[in-house]
Design a protein around this ligand. Sequence first.
Ligand code: ADP
Length: 720
Amino acid sequence: MSRIASVLLPMPLPEAFDYAEPEGMGLELGDQVAAPLGPRLLRGVVVGLREAAGGNRPLKPVEGRLEEPRLPANTVEFIQWAARYAVDAPGQPLAIALRGARAPKPRPARVTVLTGVEPARATPARIRVLETARAQALSPPDLARASGVSSGVVKALLDEGVLAVRLVESEARFDEPDPARPGARLNASQAAAAEALKSVLGEGGFNVALLDGVTGSGKTEVYLEAAAAVLAADPAAQVLILLPEIALTQAVIARVASRFGAQPGEWHSDVAPPARRRVWEAVARGRCRIVVGARSALFLPFPYLKLIVVDEEHDASFKQEEGFIYHARDLAVVRGRIEGAGVVLASATPSLETLRNAEAGRYRWLRLSTRHGVAQLPDIELIDLRETPPEHGRWLSPPLVKAMGETFARGEQTLLFLNRRGYAPLVLCKACGERMTAPDTDSWLVEHRYSGRLVCHLTGFSMPKPKACPHCGAHDSLVSIGPGVERVEEEARNLFPEARVAVFSSDTVFDAREARRMIEAMADGQIDILVATQAAAKGHNFPNLTLVGVVDADLGLRGGDLRAAERTYQLLAQATGRAGRRDRPGKALLQTWAPEHAVMQALRAQDRDAFVAAEMGERELAGLPPFGRLAAVIASGTDPVQLDAFVRAMAQAAPNSEGVEVYGPADAPLGLIRGRRRKRFLVRADRSVDLSAYMATWRARVRPPASVRVAIDIDPYSFL
Ligand code: ADP
C-alpha cells in the first residue's frame, strides 16, 4: 500500500499539499523533504502521512528526504496551532521555524593531521609541532602558534608530506551546562521564590509561574536556579530564555555562561547565518541545552523543551508586528502547554494580562518585594515643568541640571532617558509651516545630526536635509522641533563640557557587539552621562548609576492607545529602576507637564498595585483586554477606489455573532505607508468568544482584489 505525505511549505499558502511517498522512502512526521511546486523544488516538512485510498488522482511524488534533522512532532503541532491562532497560513510560522535550517552551513574547518610519514630531519621545533598536532587538530597557523614555531616549520612538514591539511565539518556541538556549579548565594526571599519555583517545575508537566519582583530583586538569579534544577533533574532537558532586546541577551548570555560553565546557544537577528545554522542543528539534535534569544527562538525545533523563561514579559517588543503577527509571550505559554514544560514569566511590571491570570490563580504568583542586599529602590520625584521649565531651546529643567551636576561632582553616573531616536522628531518650515514628511508615507521625517539626514523611522526612507524648503523654496527656513537623544546629548555636553557623554540608541548601537561594548563601558565607569532610548533602559545593572532623569515622562501618554498608561508606567518604572543598584542610594527625576496624572502619581508613590487596580477597573468596564478580546484587520492597497470598495464589502460580510462588536472601516492613523493607503477594523469580543475562529470565518467570506492586502492582528498592540 502506498502512502500520501502532506507537506507544508514555508510560504504563505493556505494549507499543506499532498504528495505521493515513493516506495521505500519511509518518511516520518517532521521529516524535511524536497517537494516539487510547479517548476520549482522546495524544502518542506512532512506534517501528515496516510494510506492512499484507491482511485485517487495521481499525485506528484516527494523528490527526496533531506539529510537534515527532523522537526519534532511538538514543534510541528506548535507551528500549526500558532497559525490557527494568528489566522494566518501555517507556512508563515514554518518559515520562521526553518530559518536556521535554511541558513548556510558553517565553512568546514581546515585542520592539520599527521600522515604517518616520518620526517627527514627531527629538530626540536619539528618535534614540538608533531607533538602538538598529535594532541589537537589545529589549522596550520594555529599549529605554528601553539607550538611556538614559525609558520615555515609547519609549511616544510606539509611539503614533506609529514603533515596534511583536511577539511572537517565543524560539529554543531555545545558544551554541556553544569547545573551543579554553585550559583549566587540567594537571600531569604530569593531562596523562597526559587524553592517555590522548583516545586512548581518539579511537579513536571505544564505550569506557568509569574516571577514578579522589583527591579534589582534578583529575578535572574532565581530563574537561573530554577533552570539549574530542570537541567539537573533530566540530562536531556532543554531550557529556553527569551528576552525582548538583543542588548539584553548579551548580559544574560554572560550570566548563563558563568552560572553553568558553558556558552548557551544565542539566537536573534544579529547572529550570522552559519552560527544560526549551528544553533538550529544543535537544538534539533538535543545537543544545545540552553538557548538565550529573541522572540523567534520560540520556533526552534526543541525535541525536549522543559522550561521557557520569558524575561521582561511585559515588553511590547515580544509582539511581532510584521509578516507573521504574534506575541511571543502568549505563544510561549502555548508552547509550554504543548511541550508539557514549565513557563516562567518574569517582570518588575507585569502586563495586566499576566497579572489577571495570576490573580485568577491560573499562574502561580511569586513576588520579590525588595532589592538584593543593601540596594534600595530609588527615590522618585516629579519635576513640574509648568513651575520650573527648561530655558528656551533647552530640554533639561533647572532641578534636573542641578542634580546632574551634583551627581557628576560625586563621580557618579547619570542616565537621561528619552524614548526618541535622532536629533529632532520634526522638521518644520518657519516660512510656510510645511512639515517634512516622507514622500510615500504619512509620518514625519526625523532629523539625524550624526548622519545629516532626515529619516522615516517607519520605512527607513532617508534623504539629506535640504537647504531650502521643498514646499515654498525659502532658504534656511527649516527648523528642528522637539528633542531626540542626539539633541539632549548636545545639551548635556554644553552643560558639562568635562563630562564623558554617550548616546545609546539603535542608531549608535546597531549590533550585539556594540551593545556589549557600550554596556561594559557604562558598567565600568567610562561614561558619566548616558543619554538613552529604551534600548538601554531595561534590565541592565550599572553599579555606579545613581541618577536617572526622564526627559519627557508624558511622551508615551500621547497618542492614547489602549495600553498607553500601562506602557508608560512600565517603561518609566524600568528606566527609573536603573538607579541605585548597589550601596549608593539612587534618585529618579521625571520631567512632566501633568504631574497629577495617575501614572505620574503612581510612579512617585511607587504604588504599582494601586495603579494596576485603577487600570484594571477601567479595562473591565470597557470589556477590553484582559477582560475582553481584541483583533484588528488592516487592509492596504495601492488603488484607493478598489480599497474602499473592498473594505465596504468586508464590513457587509462581517458575521453576526453574540458578544462580538465590529468597528470600522476607518482610515488608519498612519493612512499611507510605502505608497499603500491603509484602512482598519477593530473587533472587540467577550472573553468566551473564539475570536480567531470568528476572524477566520470572516476572512473566508471575502476575496480581496490583487491590489489589496489584508492582515489580521489578533490582540493588537499597535493601533496605527
Ligand atoms: P532583576 O533581574 O530582578 O532586575 P538581577 O537578577 O539582575 O535582578 O539582580 C540585580 C543585581 O543584584 C545583579 O547585579 C545581581 O548579580 C545581583 N544579585 C542579585 N541577587 C544576588 C545574590 N543572591 N547574590 C549576589 N548578587 C546578587
